[in-house]
Design a protein around this ligand. Structure first.
Ligand code: KMH
Ligand code: ZN
Length: 277
């Protein structure tokens, strides 16, 4: 049997709005509750963004601290992964505001790309700087790969010593401007990894659960949640990320695997224990 499957819940992101779904959390209390609900449903990791109460994306440390404190205050031991991607247009300084005490992982976006009609800027100096900030705080990086050239960026970072194990890879497939979500693309990306490592797939939009199933079958891990997809099925909004996690749990079992606990995820991802307070 393969390693237990790590389910990550991306509960809000920076792009989705309440106009698109009334279930998108905005306040710290709502985001923390969404994280706790996702953990109860089986998520071992939560990928966190913050918002201003009116829904605008925020990378303010006080917003992240509030979310982290509320999650831990609820007795939830889920692995906390903070986004350094933030929203398109934010400066690197602003984006690094998310790396608050209590975070265990931070994302590292591996290249500049079209992101819908906008440009998500991650120059090589930006990436090196964010990698350094994660190292300084002893956070495990999750490398976000949206396109094939970013595999080469990963190799470059490793060869220059800007990045070293433990790190995790997240293939985000289906962003308009990045690689589309297909099994063929995923197999190509996995084969291209510069060294063996564990990886997760986040399929965007209606590809989410489909790509989770493929990833789990191929021995990888899966990310689901409202950041990437608002629907449980065609025309049916998910009432929260927890419903998408519940659907992913069924896919884990269908692939003859079991769901990793947060403690198992920490071990697999190389996260030091004892950072849950
Ligand atoms: N909001 C996207 C522009 C991350 O969290 O690191 C970037 C993003 C990636 O969501
Ligand atoms: Zn994100």
């Amino acid at each position: 049997m393969s390693a237990p499957a790590i389910l990550t819940a991306a509960v809000v992101g920076a792009e989705v709005t309440r106009e698109q779904s009334p279930h998108v959390p905005y306040t710290a209390a709502e985001i923390a509750q969404a994280a706790v609900d996702a953990w109860r449903a089986g998520a071992a990791v939560v990928h966190l963004h913050a918002r201003w109460p009116d829904g605008r994306p925020s990378q303010r440390p006080e917003h992240f601290r509030d979310i982290v404190d509320r999650i831990r205050g609820a007795g939830c031991d889920v692995v906390l992964q903070c986004s350094t991607g933030g929203a398109v247009g934010m400066s690197v300084d602003e984006r690094l505001g998310s790396l608050v005490d209590g975070a265990e992982m931070g994302t590292l976006n591996l290249g500049t790309m079209n992101f819908g009609d906008e440009v998500f800027v991650n120059t090589r100096p930006d990436i090196v700087r964010i990698a350094g900030a994660l190292r300084l705080r002893k956070l495990v990086p999750e490398c976000e790969i949206y396109d094939a050239g970013m595999i080469d960026a990963l190799g470059w970072l490793l060869s220059r010593g800007h990045l070293a194990a433990p790190y995790h890879v997240q293939f985000v497939l289906g962003v308009p401007g990045g690689m589309s979500a297909s099994e063929r693309n995923l197999r190509f990306l996995v084969e291209g990894l510069p060294e063996p490592t564990h990886w997760t797939v986040a399929g965007v939009g209606r590809a989410q659960l489909e790509m989770a199933a493929v990833a789990l079958r191929l021995g990888g891990h899966a990310r689901v949640g409202l950041e990437d997809n608002l629907y449980l099925a065609k025309g049916v909004l998910a009432a929260g990320s927890h419903e998408l996690v519940e659907a992913a749990v069924k896919l884990v079992h269908a692939s003859a695997r079991r769901v990793a606990t947060p403690a198992e995820a920490r071990q697999l991802l190389g996260i030091c224990q004892g950072r849950t307070s």
